[in-house]
Design a protein around this ligand. Structure first.
Ligand SMILES: [Zn+2]
Length: 603
């Protein structure tokens, strides 16, 4: 068949989105197996990556690219595999795509043409905020003699054109205008928009505007925490990162002067005590409809301590158990435990596994407030704002009168019916919690263990065993796994080997499964991660007489069998059900579910 020129330029608005790439009639009339336009594109991307000397393709990646070029399989899938296996990264792919389209690559602020600087102010304010939010640089806008826009040049960092985004941008230009997409590193686009905002405003205004933007962007991105980290190499800059669905994503770079102004602004807002920069400091403020917790930790910089700032966004609303993702039979167990007149309900798991969220949902599901019962919460910090809660106390470990233990003691003197107690950390707390259970209180608390079965051993360490275990109404252990992005998830008509393995391991039937996998390129909806939001994968253990007896005898050898007889199933099973329902994929489980993660490390 006739060879296509390797770097065939594309029409302005065609690309890797839904618009097919035009092929010439000669190519269609060629002899031999035809490549579809999409396959030709990926073939071209593979060639560009293979031949490039300046894209950071190492020897190993080069070998893989070589093999992919001669592999008769689908080039699109081969490229996807290379990305999945981290042989090449998204920036390399995006730059190859730019070269395929003969587009520009803006790799530093110096690459931004001067006319782009003026556009920052000249474009429509709504377009400006759209482009700023999406980290797109308006590179240039060309007009004809009559002043009509003919060509719009934009630069961003995604290899995949987002059609929704493109439609939104198009709205601001005549239908005849052609959009040209170029590549720019995300940091470069960030710096472009940052530079625009620090012009002509004084430093207080700048700190205020910066904080405002950082917070608004964090909320838009569904971020739970904002980290502002000074450079560990001592460079005069700091990186602002967002934690989204448990993963930290770098978002923009600021100078150390901006970091310093931001610190002063945040400390004022949060009414934080003035402390020496060598000491940690904390506080809270309300902004954009949310309560924010501030932690400032000194970081040893070259020229003295520099602040490392963490802003945590509290989620005041309590979600129904169904929304957290538990199946109905699991919810029934939680509700039954939560309606007990006394006892202890534990939630276990590492930090960030949704324990606090789940406990409040469990309490609210039983609605003790409606029965006239009094609910106390003792937490650091008190996160949930539930109208019926009688008393909410905040633990301050550094204040001897406000430690968890002291607050729990004072709470129990007021004789509440239900107590939500942040975390059992030592045997003194554990004893007090079980004493409370023994005297007619229902206590919800957390333990830092991996599994529900581990909790039995942990309680033993804390001096809780034998008949005391019969006060335990239930032990939940859980992880949060990411949900596939509903906009871009990819159907998996045939399960891959790993999916088969996971289903087999947890005894979940594959038949009737509605399988999907994450889209490695993602889309604008999921911020190009392929995932959107998280769902709980949990297990539940209620100690039976047999388990209480084993604890009395200190004989834990058959604990797992006993747990199974008590109806316990590993959290991996619920997680696999989520895969079966097309909510997440097996790849996500391989890093989140303990046994699977351990296997992938050793296997
Ligand atoms: Zn998506």
């Amino acid at each position: 068949m006739p060879q296509q020129p390797e770097n065939q330029p594309q029409q302005g608005s065609s690309g890797m989105g839904a618009t097919p790439i035009s092929i010439t009639p000669t190519a269609q009339a060629g002899i031999g197996p035809e490549l579809s336009p999409r396959e030709e594109l990926y073939q071209s991307l593979l060639k560009i990556l293979h031949n490039a000397t300046d894209l950071g393709i190492d020897r190993v990646a080069h070998g893989h690219l070589e093999a992919s070029l001669t592999n008769p399989g689908s080039k699109q899938l081969l490229v996807r595999d290379l990305i999945n296996q981290k042989i090449i990264n998204r920036v390399q792919l995006a730059r190859a795509f730019a070269r395929h389209n003969r587009a520009r690559e803006l790799l530093s602020i110096l690459d931004i043409p001067t006319e782009a600087q003026a556009l920052r102010q000249d474009i429509h304010p709504r377009l400006r905020s759209l482009l700023r939010r999406e980290r797109i640089i308006p590179v240039s806008i060309k007009k004809d003699e009559a002043g009509n826009v003919t060509d719009v040049h934009l630069a961003h960092d995604s290899p995949m054109r987002d059609l929704v985004l493109e439609t939104n941008v198009r709205e601001f230009f005549p239908a005849t205008a052609v959009l040209h997409w170029h590549f720019s590193l995300r940091e470069v686009a960030g710096a472009y928009w940052m530079a625009g905002e620090s012009e002509n405003i004084d430093s207080d205004m700048e700190a205020e505007a910066l904080l405002d933007r950082v917070i608004t962007n964090a909320i838009d991105a569904r971020s739970s925490d904002i980290h502002i980290d000074p450079s560990i190499k001592g460079e005069p800059r700091a990186i602002i990162k967002y934690r989204i669905d448990g993963f930290v994503h770098p978002k923009e770079v600021i100078t150390t002067e901006q970091l310093e102004r931001l610190r002063v602004r945040i400390e004022n807002l949060a009414r934080m005590p003035k402390v020496n920069l060598n000491y940690a400091n904390k506080g809270a403020f309300t902004r954009s409809g949310y309560d924010w917790r501030v932690q400032i930790q000194p970081h040893a910089g070259r020229l003295g301590p520099v602040p490392r700032i963490v802003l945590r966004r509290l989620q005041p609303d309590v979600m129904p158990l169904e929304v957290l993702g538990y199946p109905q039979d699991f919810i029934d167990k939680i509700k039954s435990a939560s309606s007990s007149p006394n006892g202890v309900v534990f939630w276990t798991g590492p930090t960030g596994s949704g324990k606090t969220e789940a406990i409040h949902s469990a309490v609210v599901s039983a609605n003790p407030m409606a029965k006239g019962l009094s609910v106390h919460t003792i937490e650091d910090p008190p996160e949930k704002r539930v109208p019926g809660y009688a008393v909410q106390m905040e633990i301050a470990s550094e204040d001897p009168n406000r430690t968890g233990l002291q607050l729990l003691k004072s709470s129990l003197r007021a004789d509440p019916d239900v107590v939500i107690f942040g975390e059992v950390r030592d045997s003194e707390m554990a004893k007090l919690v079980f004493e409370a259970a023994n005297t007619g209180h229902l206590v919800f608390t957390t333990l830092h263990t991996n599994t529900a079965i581990d909790a039995i051993a942990r309680l033993e360490e804390l001096g809780i065993n034998g008949f005391l275990l019969s006060y335990v109404r239930g032990i939940a252990a859980q992880r949060l796994v990411r949900r596939l992005c509903g906009h871009c998830k990819v159907p998996m008509p045939e399960p891959d080997d790993y999916t088969r393995y996971v289903f087999d391991r947890y005894g979940v039937p594959l038949q009737g499964a509605n399988l999907f996998s994450s889209n490695p390129e993602g889309c604008a909806n999921c911020n190009y991660t392929g995932y959107y939001g998280r769902i709980a994968a949990a297990e539940w253990l209620k100690p039976t007489k047999e388990i209480v007896q084993a604890s009395t005898d200190r004989n834990y050898a058959d604990l797992e069998d006993m747990a199974r007889r008590a109806g316990w199933q590993p959290m991996g099973r619920m997680a696999t059900q989520h895969v079966r329902n097309g909510i997440t994929d097996a790849a996500e489980l391989s890093t989140k579910i303990l046994e699977l993660a351990a296997e992938s490390l050793t296997g």
